[in-house]
Design a binder for this molecule. Sequence first.
Ligand code: FES
Length: 580
Amino acid sequence: MTDTTRKSADDLRSMRWFGPDDLRSFGHRSRMMQLGYSEEEFRGRPVIGILNTWSEINSCHGHFRERAQDVKRGVLQAGGIAVEMPSLSVDESFTKPTSMLYRNMLAMETEEMIRSHPFDGVVLMGGCDKTTPGLVMGAISAGVPCIYLPAGPMLRGHYAGRILGSGSDAWKYWDERRAGNISDPEWLGIQGGIARSVGTCMTMGTASTMTAITDALGLTLPGASSIPAPDAGHQRMSANCGRRIVDMVWEDLTPDRILTDSAFRNAAIVAMATGCSTNAVVHLIAMARRAGVNLTLDDLDALGRVTPLIANVRPSGKNYLMEDFFYAGGLRALMKQIEGRLDTSCVTVTGDTVGENLAGAVVFNDDVIRPLSNPVYHEGSLAVLRGNLCPDGAVIKPAACDPKYHAHEGPALVFDSYLEMKKAVDDEYLDITPDHVMVLRNVGPQGGPGMPEWGMLPIPKALIKQGHRDMLRISDARMSGTSYGACVLHVAPESHVGGPLALLRTEDIIRMDLDARQLNMLVDDEELDLRRAAWAPPEPRFQRGWGWMFSRHVGQADTGCDFDFLERGFGLAAGEPDIY
Ligand code: FES
């Protein structure tokens, strides 16, 4: 337990709104009474904002209205007052062109709603991909005590005796359907069985990766990220979040005391050991920079080289899903396996250290959570490439692709838009070989804009029919955490701003050497200079609104795609609002 000095009621942030004997505070108190509260219910008690990303179209957060009631129960039991507030519900399935376009919007909303309201502490309810980094980035910048409540993974998918994994099996069976191997009734059965409860995708996709990272950072109750959404334990965890945040307020346990350099290093090591989504790179760097921690692509690559992947969970693992991971002991058990590599002195939302939180954690199935002596893959989840195609970096997931592509040389087939690429891959007579390298550009942070998850380019029908299921693909886009294959992503700088990817031409030879972390086009410098001189920037995609603002301020993938005007400062950086 860390040393704590408890606040007094007069020290509460909310007392700026409710305490003074002036006209404005009279107004605040009278409006609370209009809401049905007596003065003794809100004055001098921690006011807890519950930022709830529920919506009727966010299937992953379908249980959040009920869980908010559990949080309120906990807050009240601990002597606080709970205020539920709707937050932008950025769902992964329906938000187009890509949910990533709205991560920073959620971060801005979170920061501003916390700052502008009399919240002494907040519970952040998220889980579906971008909701986790969006809520956490905003809460870091707001700086009041916060605890993250992860939605939890959905149950395993199921159809005709087969276990189905979110995303991963959609891609896999879609290829089989394109090859003519799946009937209409079978396809309908898979459609109905692949997502059969509330909760987030139950592979180690972006949602499970980001909630695991948040858990490892110390922002959730220990192991909370692994509890399946429909489990009664998830309700109990929610109520515990409510109880704990009230004490965090009295202890003034703000995010800056939790989110240290070591906490981010712990989170990166855990991410590598879990077989994390490639999206982890972008979000982890963005969250770290909000917290004033300079985490870089090279740091992540260095940790990836020495951290074995031990969670046998798809898509990097072979057999299991998040429900199995929970039964095997969950994230606490995984962290226990790698405890010697973590800084166990880091403080967490419990007020205890990582080491104290891991006491008693046990692995119940060592095929799901492997010992270090028997990893799924000898290195971590991600590798960072550099070279004349990606001077500021690119990312690949070595364990999720056929090892024969770890060293590869072949001619480029370049597409400037998704539609152009789609037309080609659907052409059964496309002139392409398995050695070709498919390239999609103009789909980066500014080019997309929003860096859509288009980086797992479909294998052309012409190759599918020959039995091929993988090939080397390169883009400045991202890919879903549930995706797999030899996909090089996040090429930086992106082509839209004139990165070298913009200079590549079809039939140029590309060489990738994963061991050497190199990705190059074999084109000499004089020729590249000529092409650069002839290059003209593409027309902007948006002339107004959010897309316009996003395109002007978003950073490149290697720096986390945050807005340039939001990166600075940590914790109430913009100061408390004036109350006059
Ligand atoms: Fe919500 Fe995958 S669609 S977590």
